[in-house]
Design a protein around this ligand. Structure first.
Ligand code: DUC
Ligand code: ZN
Ligand code: ZN
Length: 470
């Protein structure tokens, strides 16, 4: 059985920080200790001066997702390779229930696309848009037999993805009782659609109006409503892409009341604010994601929540669409909305820069401890979505998904040196502290500096268990 040992690195988990050797064998961590004795057949990696981190777990990514009339521009192959270069070894993507695809059909279809392509381990949430008795039976089956224990629902996009409150409540009640998680996109969809119509009627077509028609107050309203539904259902709930204090204040209050509310934010809400929308340039379409970027004041609250555990996860919502028409053959992506902001596909890339950007603005700039950084990027997402302790930590018996990270190196980010197929990054030209040096997936070296040693199809579907939040 092939084995390797990482020597002398500073091993950092959500709770510990020590210098030791880590022996990887048969895909798992076999031993952790001082000066481990191993045979000559064991490959050695010197990690002196490096952090030894659990592989990142990114529980919010969109590869090959059909969103409205277009598709995200990373395949499972390109997106998971980009993730690996950024220090992420497990992603949770989405299967979409549609009129044509049942919940189980959608999961099977996403798996068929992913299996031959994935370079790292993956799982799936299922997006549920329509709820009735047969759907609920499928949802139960998916949890018990398919390893899919989380379901995303939308309070936005009426007529497309939006589920009404009763549908959300039914899902919360059943999924919660079965030990799973409903993840909610919280925005008041019907009011937002009215604001969009009014903006267009007034002749406002540029990307800035995307932000102006999706007010934080309507994120807050929907978040509050989602919490009350979860409270009535006696179920845990998870809010994706929390961007504003309007949403956060309801989450904080609910947690204080003892309601099991969990939430993520994304690096872009911490890195940028709504000043980017102060123009009518189409370049601003790069920042058209949902929810939009908010005020510097909101960022202060997001950081406070990250520090005090009112936000538990930093995930990317990697949802890439190209800016240039025809890039790699992708047509009518962001350009679809050239004359109508409401047609710009909502999303931005970020899968490869999550770990390093959060390390820089969080740890280097003194806002997060190293343990908290690991907890937010690996351990808690793994726990909330039933992947722990296989994923999300470095412990004897856990998968040997390990990142060697240089905390002193710096790098300047450019889209052309990243591995996503997207033709831009929001971090273009930014210099960040920290660099992923090596990445091991189940003990196999897949990233070695700039070199790619992985293989498409080597990633595995990870069947997930129940929520481990308590
Ligand atoms: N919500 C997401 O989570 N991703 C992309 C678009 C959206 O509305
Ligand atoms: Zn969403
Ligand atoms: Zn998303």
């Amino acid at each position: 059985m092939n084995a390797s040992v990482i020597r002398n690195g500073r091993v950092i988990t959500a709770s510990d920080d020590f210098t030791a050797d880590v022996l990887m064998q048969g895909g798992v961590v076999r031993a952790i200790g001082l000066q481990l004795e191993v045979g000559p057949e064991v490959a050695e990696f010197d990690a002196t001066g490096l952090y030894v981190l659990p592989g990142g777990v990114d529980t919010h990514v969109h590869m090959e997702n059909v969103i409205g009339p277009t598709i995200t521009c990373d395949t499972f192959a390109s997106g998971t390779r980009a993730a690996a270069f950024g220090g992420t070894t497990t992603v949770v993507d989405f299967a979409l229930q549609t009129a044509e695809d049942s919940v189980l059909g959608a999961i099977a279809r996403a798996q068929r696309s992913a299996e031959p392509q994935v370079n790292i381990d993956y799982s799936l949430h299922c997006i549920v848009t329509h709820v009735d008795k047969p759907v609920l039976a499928d949802v139960r089956h998916a949890m018990r037999h398919e390893g899919v224990s989380s379901f995303k629902m939308f309070m936005a996009y009426p007529g497309v993805m939006m589920a009404d409150d009763a549908a959300i409540f039914r899902m919360l009640r059943q999924v919660g009782a079965d030990g799973g998680m409903v993840a909610l996109h919280a925005e008041n969809g019907t009011v937002i659609d009215l604001l969009i119509q009014e903006a267009l009627e007034a002749g406002h077509t540029s990307p800035r109006y995307h932000a102006l028609t999706r007010p934080a107050l309507m994120e807050g309203e929907a978040t509050h409503r989602g919490i009350r539904l979860a409270e009535l259902a006696e179920a845990p709930i998870y809010f994706v892409h929390v961007s504003s204090n309007q949403a956060l204040k309801h989450i904080v209050a609910a947690r204080d009341e003892g309601i099991p509310v969990f939430a993520e934010t994304c690096p872009h809400y911490l890195l940028f604010d709504d000043a980017v929308y102060d123009n009518d340039d189409f370049e601003t379409a790069k920042y058209v994601m949902t929810p939009p970027l908010r005020k510097p004041e909101d960022q202060k609250h997001l950081w406070r929540a990250l520090r005090y555990d009112d936000l538990q996860v930093v995930a990317t919502d990697h949802c890439p669409f190209c800016m240039k028409e025809g890039h790699l053959g992708y047509r009518l992506q962001k350009q679809r909305g050239k004359d109508d902001f409401s047609l710009i596909p909502n999303g931005a890339p970020g899968i490869e820069t999550r770990m390093v950007s959060l390390f820089d603005i969080g740890v280097v700039q003194g806002r997060l401890s190293l343990n908290r950084f690991v907890q937010l990027t690996a351990t808690t997402p793994a726990k909330l979505f039933g992947l722990f302790p296989k994923k999300g930590t470095i412990a004897v018996g856990s998968d040997a998904d390990i990142v060697l990270f240089d905390p002193d190196a710096t790098q300047t980010i450019h889209a052309h040196t990243l591995h996503s197929q997207c033709d831009y990054t929001l971090l273009e030209g930014h210099t960040l502290r920290g660099r992923v040096e090596k990445v091991f997936l189940r003990g196999q070296l897949i990233v070695d500096g700039p070199q790619w040693l992985g293989r498409e199809g080597m990633g595995r579907f990870v069947p997930r268990g129940t929520v481990q939040a308590f």
